[in-house]
Ligand binder design. Sequence first.
Ligand code: ADP
Length: 180
Amino acid sequence: MGPPGAGKGTQASRLARAIGIPHLSTGDMLRSNVADDTELGRQAKAFMEAGDLVPDELVTAMVIDRLGQDDARCGFLLDGYPRNPAQADALADAFGEDVLELAILLEVDPDELVTRLLTRGQQQGRTDDTEEVIRNRLAVYEEQTAPLVAYYESHGRLASLDGLGSIPDVFGRIIEVLAT
Ligand code: ADP
């Protein structure tokens, strides 16, 4: 978990590779549906471009389908899901309360986030990395996703760490947290 620009995707892909489990990024899955112009992609596109959440029922169906595939049987790393309490409930309803072992939260100062995302927008051409959409994504995170932090914390399933620093430094902190 972490706000947009915290480095979730980068760290999740390294961690999944290190552990040998699939990295399931809902953002990547949705972007690939948009690129392939699927029915889901057509329904999701406008929400993503505005920086709003894609409706829960669409994303949840996509995640449940993906988690049912063979390669996720021995574990998986979810990146970008659940993103609000309703999604957390849907996941628990489908796979049981213990489906997620640990939530890892990357904490980063909001001013740093905007700078990171604007740079990424220039480098990768992601259409939701413009200043106005970034501000909305940060607001959506604060309103809808941040409340989940307390939920995982109260269940003793939260590991928070400082997301500032080089990619290997942050990765080292994640490994440290997992080893304890
Ligand atoms: P970031 O976290 O940097 O905003 P993501 O790649 O995780 O980037 O998500 C990009 C967009 O995809 C989000 O702004 C949202 O529109 C959509 N999205 C991704 N995951 C979800 C989800 N779990 N529920 C609803 N929408 C989602």
